[in-house]
Structures are given as C-alpha cells and as structure tokens.
Design a binder for this molecule. Structure first.
Ligand code: NAD
Ligand code: UGA
Length: 461
C-alpha cells in the first residue's frame, strides 16, 4: 500500500511518521509545497527537524529513507497513492466574506484540485485537517468533475480528524483514546481502520457518518477550550475571595462527572487551533441562524482575551503603575511547554501589551528561535513607539542572564526548568523591590519569598 500525506506540518509529520513506524509494509510519502520545511525534514541532523516533539526524532531515524519519505514532488506521489491524507493548514479567513471567523479553505481546495488532476484509479481521500462540517461535500464535488472526465478514477472521501496535542504528539498517536473515522463507504472505512489496528485496539475505533466526524472534532476542541476558560474565570474569583485555585481544581476534579484533566489555570489558551476552531463554530452557528448558540461559544474566546489583558494590567499595577524602561523577564514564549510552536501563544499578546507600556523584555524560551519571536513581535501590531528607547525586547539563552537586573519575572509556560529555579542565584542580580508573576502556579515560590522577592500566583492573589 502507498500513502501520500499532503502537508508536512505539526499534524502531517508526526501522524504519518507513526503510521510508517507501525506499518513497515506501507510506503508513506509526506509532501509539501514548502521546500524549506521538506529540507528540514530531510536534514541528517535530527535536531534540525522543523518541529520539536519528544520522541519524534527517534521515529524519523528509524523510518526515514526506508518507508517514510519527505518530498516536494506532490504530483508524482499523488499519482502513486492508494490513500491520500489532506493535512494542510486551515487558518481563519483574514479578508472578505466571513473574515475573522470562517475557515479559509484555499489550501484544502488547492490540494483537492491536485488530487483530482493527478490521482489514478481508485483513491481514498482522508480529511486529516480540522474542517468545517460539510467540507467533505465540497471535496466530493471537486473530485466528481475529475471522475466525469475520466471514469477510471474513483474517489472515496473519509473524515479522520486528529486529536493529538503538541508536546505529547507521539504518545497521543501511539496510545490514542479513540480514532474517529467518518464516511459512507464501508470498504474505504475498513481499509483505513486496518491501518490503525496495526497498533491500536479495534475497540478504540469509532465510525460515524462524515458530518458527525467533522463536527465532533470542532466540538472536542470547543469543550477543551471551554474548560480552560472556565477555570481561568475562577482564578479571578479566587483572587477576589481568598480561595485557592489549586484547591478548587482538586475539589471539583475529583468528581468523576467533572474529571481532573484540563483544569490547570494559566495566562489563557494558545495554540493554532482552539481559537480558530471556536471561531469557525461561531461562524457555522450564525450561518444556520443559531445566534444564541454562537454567542455561547464566543464567550469562551472573550474570557480568554480578558485573562491575557488582566495579567498585563496587574503587572503594571504591582510595579507602581508604570513599567516604562523597566526590565521584565519573560520565561516561556511558546504556547505551552515542550513545543517550539508559538501560534496564538498568550506570550505574544502579553509581551506586546507590556511593550506598549514601554517595558524592556528579556525573553527566554530554549525551544523558540530568535527569528520566530522577531516574527511574532516585530512584524505584527507594533503599536509601541519604535523610535523610543522604550519598548524593546531582547532574546536570552540563559535564564539567569534573562533575569539579571529585572524588576519582574513573568512565568508563562509550565516548562520543567521553571519549577526548580535557583532563587538564590536570581536574587543576586535582580532589582529590588522585585516581583515574580507565576501564571502557571508551579514555581517554587516559597523559596523566592525567602529572598524578599514578591510573589504573585495566578488564582491565589
Ligand atoms: P501546519 O501549518 O504546521 O502544516 C500545514 C502544512 O501544509 C504546511 O507545511 C503547508 O506548507 C502545507 N500546505 C498548505 N497547502 C499545501 C498544498 N496545497 N500542497 C502541499 N502542502 C500544502 O499545520 P498543522 O498544525 O499541521 O495543522 C494542520 C491541520 O491539522 C489543521 O487543520 C489543524 O487545525 C489540524 N490539527 C492541528 C493540530 C496541531 O496540534 N497543530 C492538532 C489536530 C489537528
Ligand atoms: C489541542 C487539543 O488538546 C488536541 O486534542 C487537539 O488535537 C489540538 O488542540 C488541535 O486540534 O490542534 P494543543 O493545542 O496542542 O492541543 O494543546 P493543549 O494541551 O490542548 O493546550 C492548548 C492550550 O490550552 C495551551 O495554551 C495550554 O497551555 C492551555 N491549557 C491547557 C491550559 O491553560 N490549561 C489546561 O488545563 C490545559
């Protein structure tokens, strides 16, 4: 069997690598229009792979060049494939009809048109990207044209959304809680299912129609984001009342009906998907005239934005109402620990707001490159005074250099190294009175207190 995956990103790369690893009898070709990305996937130096995921490098080492290949030769690999996964990006539209909410399906459409042109014989098309419900209808319509012109071509469309989370992608792919397959052709469903049963128990495979599968993915992300916004809304209530968010999380999470997962408070959810998928849900609800439902889901995004803003305000207030010219160390810039992905990271909005107030940020995140931070902070929304000496940021590769002369330290991710900071070392070089703002509630704050550093912990006041 020959598989082609269009899109060598955070989903296409790891998910296909795991298929190749678990199914040595299948040839897996991952293709992309981005030459630089493909070059990095083929780099002999595995530390240069385009995405960082624990365990991914070992799989690439085992399979690359044997049954796993990365290439820009899209047409050729489409032509050879029995099954094609569409795993391209599906960003929110920035212009035109539906801008700011609807998904821009141009990459999905471009991929489908390529498949329509170059596929041969019978081909199963698998939606791996997260798509608006009913996208399979659009894909089928485009493919039908090709089928009319060339009756030997036959296409079967399946929906097989991906539920992996970044930072734990390999584990999530090896031990998924479920695999969802939506479709209307039993043979095609079975062929895809048979790939997964090479390492996953058949009881974990859920099959539905296309629309339930497409919609379930959006709803899963909306429910997860809803939990984060819910717990984040409670942080403010804890701070106002003297309750402690850790106690509240534990107390409610032990109720099985609520469950203990996804109750960790933070500076707001980030990542490429929660916001875009909820906005898409809002758009779909509005499209069907379900306005009450759309405003219900929109509330989750509003709380998320509010949480980020309130953190900046609080930092300014604690630092005597002004941070102009003050050095603030930002520890953690990715949208969460163990990833180099900064898409929609709360650190971007928080940093931009602090820069607008004139702060000098010293940013530390060993997974994120200088160029990425530059791209996130300098190219967009640079409203702060670019000619002033105020509102600058610098990149630091060492925590203790980052915190040197700092008036405040802001911890934004749950990276392990932030749990064991050497406060004795930090205290030697910070500027007193000094603050640490722990937005993850994981820092060894008691120790910081012994060095007369003021500590503010989210949800604890
Ligand atoms: P990504 O941006 O990392 O990767 C997408 C890749 O598709 C890019 O490398 C891009 O160059 C390529 N591409 C776009 N158009 C193409 C075309 N016409 N031909 C060939 N290649 C093309 O995106 P991602 O994070 O991997 O997400 C992909 C999809 O998976 C999205 O729909 C997303 O919502 C969904 N998803 C993402 C995650 C995640 O953790 N990132 C998890 C589950 C689902
Ligand atoms: C999320 C989902 O968890 C995946 O199931 C889904 O496949 C994926 O989106 C997607 O469709 O893209 P991901 O965004 O990689 O995965 O990461 P999460 O672990 O879900 O975290 C998302 C954001 O929520 C992060 O900023 C994280 O810090 C925040 N979060 C998460 C919290 O603040 N508290 C929590 O308890 C959990």
């Amino acid at each position: 069997m020959n598989i082609c995956c269009i899109g060598a990103g955070y989903v296409g790369g790891p998910s296909m690598a795991v298929i190749a690893d678990k199914c040595p009898h299948i040839q897996v070709n991952i293709v992309d229009i981005n030459e630089k990305r493909i070059k990095s996937w083929n780099d002999p130096d595995l530390s240069k792979l385009p995405i960082y995921e624990p365990g991914l490098d070992k799989i690439i080492k085992r399979c690359r060049g044997s049954n796993l290949h990365f290439s820009t030769d899209i047409e050729n690999h489409i032509a050879k494939a029995d099954m094609i996964f569409i795993s391209v990006n599906t960003p929110t539209k920035t212009k035109g009809y539906g801008a700011g909410q609807a998904i821009d399906l141009k990459y999905v459409e471009a991929s489908t048109r390529k498949i329509s042109e170059f596929a041969k014989g019978e081909t199963i098309i698998v939606e791996k990207s997260t798509l608006p419900v009913k996208t399979a209808e659009t894909i089928k319509k485009i493919l039908e044209v090709s089928n009319k012109n060339n009756p030997q071509k036959r296409f079967f469309v399946l929906s097989n959304p991906e539920f992996l989370a970044e930072g734990t992608a390999i584990n999530d792919l090896l031990f998924p809680e479920r695999v969802l397959i939506g479709g209307d052709n039993l043979e095609a469903i079975n062929l895809l299912s048979n790939i997964y049963t090479n390492w996953i128990d058949v009881s974990k495979i859920i099959t539905t129609n296309l629309w339930s599968s497409e919609l379930s993915k959006l709803i899963a992300n909306a429910f997860l984001a809803q939990r984060v916004s819910s717990i984040n809304s409670v942080t403010a209530l804890c701070e106002a009342t003297g309750a402690n968010i850790k106690d509240v999380s534990l107390a409610i999470g032990t109720d099985k009906r609520i469950g203990k997962y996804f109750l960790n408070p933070g500076p707001g959810f980030g990542g490429s998907c929660f916001k875009k998928d909820i906005l898409n849900l809002v758009y779909i609800c509005n499209h069907y005239g379900l306005y009450e439902i759309s405003s219900y889901w929109e509330g989750i995004i509003n709380i998320n934005n509010w949480q980020k803003k309130r953190l900046t305000k609080l930092i300014v207030e604690k630092l005597f109402g002004t941070i102009s010219g003050k050095k603030i160390a930002i520890l953690g810039f990715a949208f969460k620990a163990n990833t180099n992905d900064t898409r929609e990271s709360p650190a971007i909005d928080i940093s931009n707001d602090l820069l607008k107030e004139g702060a000098i940020l010293s940013i530390y995140d060993p997974r994120v490159s200088y160029d990425q931070i530059k791209n996130d902070l300098d190219n967009k929304d640079k409203l702060y005074d670019q000619n002033s000496k105020e509102g600058e940021w610098i990149y630091q590769e060492d925590i203790y250099k980052a915190t040197k002369n700092a008036d405040a330290i802001v911890i934004l991710t749950e990276s392990d190294e932030f749990k064991v900071l050497d406060w004795s070392e930090i205290s030697k070089n910070i500027r007193y009175p000094s603050w640490v703002f722990d937005t993850k509630g994981l820092c060894n704050t008691n120790e910081a207190l012994t060095f007369d550093i003021n500590v503010w912990t989210l949800g604890q006041g």
